[in-house]
Design a protein around this ligand. Structure first.
Ligand code: SF4
Length: 290
């Protein structure tokens, strides 16, 4: 008779929502609980369960500022471009709750100050990420955005006198270091503002420690979440057997066999992954290996 061995499953110490995302969700819920007609500009979070919960509460989502005329509008943690914020604030029947994360606000401020001081602002991140779209709107004329994963885009950096470097809050620190060194070779006066979010750093550190102590690692979070993807890359450097799943259902569908026979499994998640999703993945591992 064969007996299935229940694996040891550990969840990374600091995981679950970051405070920026949590605060934005709480602000939207409080406004709704107070009886307001609440709309969010873009999804507050990509997590399907949370999106369904917000929708069940009657909180709507608009993709564009033009689509909202009245009620209460919540700006998500990633922030929005300056002109969009101005546009919604100018609508007389619209109450705007700005839930832009304080770290993102600092990046926007740094971009504005560097541009005002005559620096060509160079931002490393993902051009289509909402946070970058917002930050670059403060970065003045001549700014450039380069992709941390595609070095050919770094050639966009001009040879000039003064360069100011910023990063998307979730990129890996060594990418910022490499990019700053690259920019140094293109200017006389370089200023680097470290705009990597400390929450992302502590999360990465805890996850990497855990990845080094287990046989296999599961990173949980949206497939379009930048920080979750970066987390998966980091974990894979330490634990080759790392997989990235959106949720417990994907684990069961795609990795049913993969789970079996593993003695120690670690779980972590991106800043937009709630703790309950990590616990669900843990419980699903137990069920699959029973
Ligand atoms: S990851 Fe950091 S910068 Fe982004 S919303 Fe969360 S706390 Fe703010």
């Amino acid at each position: 008779m064969s007996t299935a061995v229940r694996p040891e499953v550990r969840i990374a110490e600091r995981a679950g929502f970051c405070y920026g995302v949590r605060l934005a969700i709480d602000k939207a819920k409080h406004a709704r609980d107070a009886g307001k007609e609440v709309t969010t500009l873009g999804q507050l979070v990509h997590n399907p369960g949370i999106k369904a919960d917000l929708s069940d509460r009657g909180i709507r989502t608009a993709d564009l500022a033009d689509q909202v005329e009245g009620g209460t509008l919540v700006i998500r943690a990633h922030g929005v471009p300056a002109n969009e914020l101005e546009q919604v604030r100018g609508k007389p029947d619209l109450e705007v709750i700005d839930a832009t994360c304080t770290w993102v606000l600092q990046s926007q401020k740094a971009a504005r100050e560097l541009a005002a001081a005559g620096y060509t602002v160079c931002i490393i991140g993902h051009e289509d990420h909402p946070e970058v779209k917002g930050v670059r709107s403060y970065a003045g004329e001549g700014h450039v955005v380069v992709d941390d994963m595609d070095r050919s885009t770094w050639e966009r950096v001009p040879h000039t006198k003064k360069i100011g470097v910023l990063s998307q809050s979730t990129i890996l620190p060594f990418k910022l270091e490499e990019f700053a060194a690259f920019c140094l070779r293109r200017c006389h006066d370089l200023r680097v503002v470290n705009t990597i979010c400390p929450v992302t750093l502590t999360r990465q550190a805890d996850s990497v420690v855990l990845a080094g102590e287990v046989d296999a690692m599961i990173v949980v979070g949206g497939k379009n979440s930048s920080n979750t993807k970066e987390l998966a890359v980091k974990c894979a450097e330490v634990c080759a057997d790392t997989v990235h799943v959106a949720d417990a259902d994907e684990l069961e569908g795609e990795y049913r066999e993969w789970v079996r026979g593993k003695a120690r499994i670690g779980i972590t998640g991106g800043t937009s992954t709630p703790e309950v999703d990590l616990e669900e993945v843990r419980d699903r591992i137990y069920a699959l290996s029973a």
